[in-house]
Design a protein around this ligand. Sequence first.
Ligand SMILES: Nc1ncnc2c1ncn2[C@@H]1O[C@H](COP(=O)(O)OP(=O)(O)OP(=O)(O)O)[C@@H](O)[C@H]1O
Ligand SMILES: NCC(=O)N[C@@H]1O[C@H](COP(=O)([O-])[O-])[C@@H](O)[C@H]1O
Ligand SMILES: [Mg+2]
Length: 390
Amino acid sequence: MPHTAKILLLGSGELAREFVISAKRLGAYVIACDAYDNAPAMQLADAREVFSMLDGAKLREAVAKHAPDYVVPEIEAIRTEVLAELEQDGVNIVPSARATQLTMNRDAIRDMAAQELGLRTSTYRYAENFEEVCAAAEITGFPCVIKPVMSSSGKGQSKVDDAAALQEAWDYAVANMRGDRQRVIVEQFIDFDYEITLLTIRHRDGTSFCPPIGHRQERGDYQESWQPTEMSDAAIGEAQDMARKVVEALQGNGKGWGLFGVEFFVKGEEVIFSELSPRPHDTGMVTSVSQNLSEFDLHARAIMGLQVPAMIRARPSASAVILADRDSDDLTYSGLAEAMEQGADIRIFGKPTSRPYRRMGVALACAGSTDDARRIAKDAAGKVRIGYGE
Ligand SMILES: Nc1ncnc2c1ncn2[C@@H]1O[C@H](COP(=O)(O)OP(=O)(O)OP(=O)(O)O)[C@@H](O)[C@H]1O
Ligand SMILES: NCC(=O)N[C@@H]1O[C@H](COP(=O)([O-])[O-])[C@@H](O)[C@H]1O
Ligand SMILES: [Mg+2]
């Protein structure tokens, strides 16, 4: 098939699905990969491969079979050593193999940010057994937050208020971690005023930023986001400086081009670095309606060496998630017309199965203010009904 670029997409969730749309508009041919068939992005891509991306041999095989111009990771759980080897052999890993390696585990990126780059972070220690957890909590104090170093979307994460609750938090982290390394980060709990995602784009002409996105999380997972969010110019400037430093440090031997979601906590005028994704961010789904070019469009443009505006504006907008509440493989959706009554838009991801709290869709709204947009998006999300085939 004629195409402008061939993209092997590693991960086929909702963020990949939107990315496929953006990349295909620019004429790309996209092969969507994930561990399960009929994943959201596969339904729209040109081709699919179903395999575990933690399996290095299978990963190599997929790259050899398709000879892509770009390998675009969309999840963290990937055999990233293989990406580094492929990069050595001339394969273009987005944004770079180093970025995927350092962000796969929380410890690598946190050490780089706090120690090498000197960015302000919460106080933290790592622990590999319960005794070390107790020692770490002595240093961070209470409350603290315990997370597996390998996890995302809040999996295995808990806030701990006193020493009596440490055992439960450790057990919960071990039970919900990804991979085989029993290691957690114990972090000082930051009683922040608000938290943001700063979408940062590294592209052929330099670095651009989107207006900050505010968000609210529950169980460590995003519930709603809005853009722009109120923030002083000084705090925005500080966040941009930190984001620039960290994305530049991730370039390694790759081009380092692409969009990053850089997360910060803000307390008073203090901006505290939390973590980042070297790819579109879930809280950034709001950009599908808030910006002329969404985070997915911007990622596609940056990767393909195309122009990215220096100034990106956002009109007041919000997103609110549509979550499942049980396990099912016989899903239907209704209530979209009611959900749209106040002007919201709805995205249904088309995930073939549900589980409690799995994100199945999102409601999006623009309004005169972010407060109004949040209200409309939340109301709309609540009106979409999921049928579980019972
Ligand atoms: N040290 C902390 N102090 C206060 N809140 C925290 C802390 N660490 C995490 N949180 C809360 O939990 C949320 C999820 O944490 P974090 O981003 O580290 O997890 P994650 O599993 O990597 O999430 P994702 O992959 O969805 O970005 C944060 O956005 C924040 O709301
Ligand atoms: N915070 C990371 C994040 O939002 N990742 C998004 O969720 C998908 C996995 O969802 P699933 O667990 O429902 O399959 C990923 O593929 C990605 O799109
Ligand atoms: Mg996060």
